[in-house]
Ligand binder design. Structure first.
Ligand SMILES: C[S@@+](CC[C@H](N)C(=O)[O-])C[C@H]1O[C@@H](n2cnc3c(N)ncnc32)[C@H](O)[C@@H]1O
Length: 279
């Protein structure tokens, strides 16, 4: 059963990923690396796109390949496909893809993407192996520790669907009085507590009762995007300088599509391709 995941930005995102995978496979064709494709929020293989970009009862919806099927359809493809998904029914559908693609090596890992990725990054032997990883969560599930584990492999190129408007910007409430559970989530996503001073200013006011301090949100969506990209640059040797901001029909930012490469030697070409696709 296909899952619905939005409008035109979903198509745009999948097109960029597909074009990157094609270019990657071509670039590594003559090299002796074993190539893996890792999809950490893999869905169930298919998605339904709102054909008109609107949501109403009579709208036509297009059933199309999700990221997992899209990657499996490439010929010649990767030596191995790893799909991580925490929803058991979606994971079961991913396992059925073995019938549709009998010549592909597919491994489905059911459970939390952070747990599986950390283990995969830390325990796999990355010598002689390279991978493209797609992180496509609907929300703020990707922890910074996971990003650190990915960077430490020095072998993985990663595309990140960062929940800029749908997650982070919403949690950063104007008053600065952020619910502690949300603060914790933001700490885990950014891997630092320093965002508090980056996104808020403290204003002092004289009142009848003396001086009072108020927090003032200074963060714009662009500032949050720049901040996350800078965080990536602190751990990856190469990060695309032009992550793409995806907006809804009313022009509000929803997600940011970022790219980072962990292998220093392969980074220049990876970056050139990714930045071209993000233009
Ligand atoms: C936006 S969808 C992915 C769509 C998919 N990339 C595609 O193109 O078809 C996000 C998926 O992540 C799964 N998910 C949510 N939280 C997760 C977690 N912590 N670990 C692994 N999968 C998770 C959801 O069940 C959902 O299928």
């Amino acid at each position: 059963m296909a899952r619905e995941f939005g409008g035109s930005w979903t198509r745009e995102k999948l097109d960029i990923i597909e074009n990157y995978l094609k270019a990657y496979l071509t670039a590594l064709k003559k090299q002796r690396f074993e190539r893996w494709y890792i999809d950490a929020f893999a869905g169930d293989g298919s998605i339904r796109l709102a054909a008109s970009g609107k949501k109403d009862l009579f709208e036509v919806r297009e059933l199309t390949h999700g990221s997992a099927r899209q990657a499996l359809s490439l010929e010649p493809g990767f030596e191995k496909y790893l799909f991580i998904e925490n929803d058991p029914s979606a994971a079961a559908n991913l396992a059925k893809l073995r019938e549709a693609y009998p010549d592909k090596r597919i491994r489905v890992m059911e459970g939390d993407a952070n747990d599986h990725l950390r283990e995969l990054c830390q325990k796999s032997n990355w010598t002689g192996r390279r991978a493209v990883l797609f992180l496509d969560p609907a929300g703020m599930q990707v922890n910074w520790e996971t990003m650190e584990a990915i960077a430490a492999t020095r072998a993985i190129d990663v595309w990140i669907w960062f929940p800029l408007g749908v997650g982070v910007n919403r949690l950063l409430v104007r008053s600065g009085e952020i619910n502690p559970a949300w603060e914790d989530r933001l700490d885990r996503v950014f891997g630092t507590k320093e965002w508090r001073t980056a996104f808020y200013a403290v204003r002092k006011e004289q009142t009848l009762f003396g001086e009072e301090e108020h927090k003032l949100k200074t963060a714009t969506p662009q500032a949050i995007a720049d901040y996350y990209n800078e965080r990536l640059k602190s751990i990856f040797p190469a990060v695309a300088s032009n992550p793409r901001m995806m907006r809804n029909a009313r022009k509000s930012p929803l997600y940011l599509l970022c790219f980072a490469a962990a292998n220093p030697k392969g980074a220049p070409i990876a970056l050139r391709i990714a930045q071209h696709l993000l233009k």
